[in-house]
Design a protein around this ligand. Sequence first.
Ligand SMILES: [Zn+2]
Length: 74
Amino acid sequence: SLRGQFSLSKKNAQKQAGQKKKQGHNQKAAAKAALTYTCTVCRTQMPDPKTFKQHFESKHPKTPLPPELADVQA
Ligand SMILES: [Zn+2]
């Protein structure tokens, strides 16, 4: 019936809107994934090793530097 088709296309529209929303979430997830360095002490996330090292040296000066930061030029 026409009524059935209408509700079907409405469902499809809702589905597409939902997919658009999902893409927005994915962008957020990608931005979050870019913060790949997590401080081993306070769990703060940082986008690059330089920031991580600066954070570590200023926030946790008494904690030994993680080995992956030893070679980083801050
Ligand atoms: Zn920290």
